[in-house]
Design a protein around this ligand. Structure first.
Ligand SMILES: Cc1ncc(COP(=O)(O)O)c(C=O)c1O
Ligand SMILES: N[C@@H](CCOP(=O)(O)O)C(=O)O
Length: 465
């Protein structure tokens, strides 16, 4: 499988190259040159397979040329062996046609583990024998950071620098990052929001002096390998609920458009998905873009769903590219316009193409709290606030097909918001251990390119010359 940039001018890479590169050199995002597909029979044959075997069948075409099926199976077995539930991503029924897909049984209690446990092992495999150290840089609104740090802490040949918005993540999220004291882990709290952190990361990739001095890679969902691993659970859940005979709908609490784009990829591969509901909080750029073609970003409003407090959704570029007949030149111009004005209109083709699969809605804080209370009273389920946004949207935008809401985080990561809504303080599962007794280590920096790059340059290992 070959990977091309959404902006059309970066080198074409294989899976290994795209995984290690993270962001493309032209500022674009890597996507497979063409979507692989599974036939109806191949999808039907996934019934009864466990998560690892499903993962191998779904991901094999994407890694072809870089990993054999047996190598992929070995990595998936190790990655998903760390999950606390035998089903890895179990389905839970809420009522006769509403379901939850619990994605939070990994080591850091959020859906990010599903991809990052695998990505950590992919880095290790692809770096075996490498002479140049890898400098991984990432931006997090809470969950990617902890999952990436868990996956990479202590790995030889990799340093990870994780930027989070100072004071804007939950205590559990922060501690899951800052109490990992491995020497290759560097936590930076920036005085700014997630969008600023993400923009700084992208600027470091684009800065030729910086990206020549250090061999950079990414763990955010700008890295294709992240999204590839997330495609698996759409197949896993849908087949359990009757696909390919019966179409299934998904509701996805959305911020950076990574998780829901993985659903789009599953649909492109042949999974019968009736609709994909994009559920945002009041930071609703994606809802505006999908409902009226207006992709313009304002300032971020802090909410009880901090992981979705995002106004610039990186992976939307992948959708725009696919809906623009994969014209890299056109996307390059469209994104350049957005980067200079922070506003963009979707073309008619993009709007109409998106409308055939996506529905969208913005849920405010009271809608979120009402959904938490509804699931608690109706089904005895304690939802995390992000999942509650997805569930509120699932109820509002349900069609004919069974609806699966992606449960993206464990409620114990957001105890205060949960307690406010349903009067319950969910306990942290034993696998996260004595989080509140551990020493924390992180540095607070101004949100400037100069401050952050100087900090990284003092600590990262440069490329061999
Ligand atoms: C708990 C939780 N829910 C939902 C999201 C949104 O997912 P995405 O950014 O892939 O749209 C995030 C962050 O990414 C998250 O951490
Ligand atoms: N919500 C995310 C933001 C980063 O998204 P990513 O999926 O692109 O890594 C987080 O929790 O950090």
């Amino acid at each position: 499988m070959r990977y091309v940039s959404t902006r059309g001018s970066a080198p074409v890479l294989d899976f290994e190259g795209a995984t290690l590169a993270g962001l493309a050199a032209d500022g674009g995002l890597y996507v497979p040159e063409a979507w692989p597909s599974l036939t109806r029979e191949e999808i039907a044959a996934l019934a009864g397979l466990d998560y690892v075997e499903t993962a191998v069948r779904v991901m094999a075409p994407f890694v072809a040329g870089s990993l054999s099926e047996d190598e992929l199976r070995e990595l998936c077995t190790a990655a998903y062996g760390r999950f606390a539930h035998r089903a890895v991503t179990p389905l839970v029924q809420l009522d006769h046609d509403q379901w939850l897909l619990e994605l939070f049984h990994g080591p850091t209690l959020a859906f990010k583990d599903v991809a990052l446990q695998l990505v950590g092992l992919l880095f290790e495999r692809f770096l075996k024998g490498a002479t140049e150290p890898l400098t991984v840089i990432g931006a997090t609104s809470g969950d990617t950071g902890s999952a990436a740090i868990d996956a990479l802490a202590g790995r030889i040949g990799v340093d990870i620098f994780m930027l989070h918005p100072h004071g804007r993540v939950s205590d559990v999220q922060r501690r899951q990052m800052t109490t990992v004291l491995a020497p290759n882990v560097h936590n930076i709290a920036i005085e700014g929001d997630f969008d600023t952190a993400q923009a700084l990361v992208k600027a470091m990739f684009r800065d030729s002096a910086f990206s020549t001095r250090f061999k950079l890679s990414a763990v955010n969902s700008i890295n294709w390998a992240r999204l590839m691993a997330q495609v698996v659970y759409y197949f896993y859940a849908a087949v359990r609920l009757g696909a390919p005979e019966r179409p299934i709908a998904f509701s996805v609490p959305t911020g950076n458009f990574g998780d829901v784009f993985a659903g789009y990829v599953a649909a492109k591969m042949g999974l019968p998905i009736e609709r994909l509901v994009v559920a945002t909080n009041v930071n609703d750029i994606l809802h505006r873009a999908l409902s009226s073609g207006d992709y313009s970003s304002g300032t971020v409003t802090p909410t009880a769903t901090p992981s979705m407090d995002i106004q610039v959704s990186s992976n939307f570029e992948r959708l725009l590219h696919d809906l623009a007949d994969r014209d890299g030149g056109a996307i390059s111009a469209q994104m350049a316009g957005f980067e200079s004005t922070r506003a963009m209109r979707l073309t008619n083709a993009q709007s109409q193409g998106a409308a055939s699969l996506f529905r969208s809605i913005a849920i405010d804080e009271s809608g979120m709290a009402a959904a938490m209370a509804g699931a608690h009273e109706g089904a005895g389920e304690v939802l995390d606030p992000h999942t509650a946004i997805g569930y509120a949207a699932a109820v509002a935008l349900k069609g004919e097909a069974p609806m699966v809401t992606l449960a993206t985080a464990h409620p114990a990561k957001f105890v205060d918001a949960v307690e406010r809504a349903v009067g319950v303080r969910p306990a942290l599962p034993p696998r996260v251990g004595d989080l509140f007794e551990r020493e924390e280590r992180y540095d607070v920096l101004p949100a400037t390119f100069a401050a952050v790059t100087a900090y990284i340059a003092e600590r990262a290992k440069p490329r061999a010359r």
